[in-house]
Design a binder for this molecule. Structure first.
Ligand code: SF4
Ligand code: SF4
Length: 312
């Protein structure tokens, strides 16, 4: 049955990043949607967690001029001390993310992350880069947040990309109902799917949900839907980088058969400052794994006969 593209389907999008080289093959535009059912302790994009626009503040840029204070309809902003100077401080319990304070700031110290965008708006922007996609074997990727949290937007945006002759990829946790998976993945050319921990209880401890559903979805996506899969494992020191878990990831990848490969993504701290900008406590502050650590992890997983790459 022909898929009728709904160009009015929409989702909160917080970034359309161009010229990406780590989100699938070739040069790609990556569309980041807001909204995710998981809460990974190491999340690199915490501004993607909530499925609504959110205020982000940058105290290091703030000059304390006070212009934003009277503009807040909720009285959420005051001037207070921060690292030896005075800056705008936002009471997150009062803030309703209305954005009224943002335009007034001469220092770009405030912004709203995320705006509702339609498939039409996104595809009109993305297709402008088709020349780069075609020359590099690239295309468009939907990332997040979680693309499967917005199945109508994602399915229709992928279909719209195909209608323009653009290759499609998804970065996903694969945590979704089966009908959502079956709605979206027929429009996906390659799937980059996370494996965060192979032990379900540990998985739940680290990201908030067990993993059985996810692993079943990954098998379904690869075997029944026939989508090429790259498994992506963020390697988080002391959390999922045990020898036992690395072997389990290798065994799982090998059990899928076919063209499945594994990317090991070294932990980094980029999400930490974003948490501060969102008014949340910093979550982790771990020492990233060394190159030697990553090479050792790679050897363990590759020992199961699957291609392994360090990085995205
Ligand atoms: S975004 Fe928050 S702090 Fe800014 S004006 Fe609106 S309610 Fe006030
Ligand atoms: S307007 Fe901008 S620079 Fe001035 S106090 Fe508010 S956040 Fe700081």
């Amino acid at each position: 049955m022909k898929f009728e593209i709904d160009y009015s389907a929409h989702a909160p999008v917080f970034n359309i990043q161009t010229y990406c080289i780590h989100d699938g093959p070739g040069i790609r535009d990556t569309v980041f949607v807001k909204g995710c059912p998981l809460r990974c302790l190491w999340c690199a994009n915490p501004e993607s967690n909530a499925a609504y626009p959110e205020l982000m503040t940058y105290s290091s840029k703030c000059t304390g001029c006070g212009r934003c204070v009277p503009l807040c309809p909720k009285g959420a902003i005051s001037i207070g001390p921060y690292e030896g100077k005075y800056v705008a401080v936002t009471d997150r319990d009062k803030c309703v993310n209305c954005g009224a304070c943002v335009g007034a700031c001469p220092a770009s110290a405030r912004e709203i992350a995320g705006t509702e965008k339609t498939v039409r708006e996104v595809i009109d922007q993305v297709k402008g880069d088709k020349l780069f996609f075609d020359g590099s074997g690239g295309g468009m990727t939907i990332s997040g947040g979680e693309a499967l949290s917005h199945p109508e937007f994602s399915a229709n945006l992928f279909a719209a990309a195909h209608a323009e002759g653009i290759h499609t990829a998804i970065e996903s946790s694969a945590f979704a109902k089966r009908e959502v998976v079956d709605r979206v993945f027929p429009h996906v050319d390659i799937a980059l799917l996370d494996v965060k921990h192979m032990d379900s209880k540990a998985h739940e401890r680290l990201v908030g949900v067990p993993n059985e559903y996810i692993l079943e979805n990954i098998r379904h996506i690869h075997r029944e839907l026939g989508v090429p899969v790259i498994l992506r494992m963020p390697t988080i020191p002391g959390m999922n980088d045990s020898i036992e878990n690395l072997h389990a990831v290798g065994r799982f990848a090998a059990s899928l058969g076919g063209d499945v490969s594994v990317n090991l993504l070294p932990y980094h701290r980029l999400g930490e400052s974003k948490n501060e900008s969102l008014g949340r406590p910093r979550s982790l502050n771990l020492e990233p794994p060394s190159d030697a650590d990553m090479e050792a992890f790679k050897e363990i997983v590759a020992g199961h006969g699957v291609p392994v790459k360090i990085g995205g």
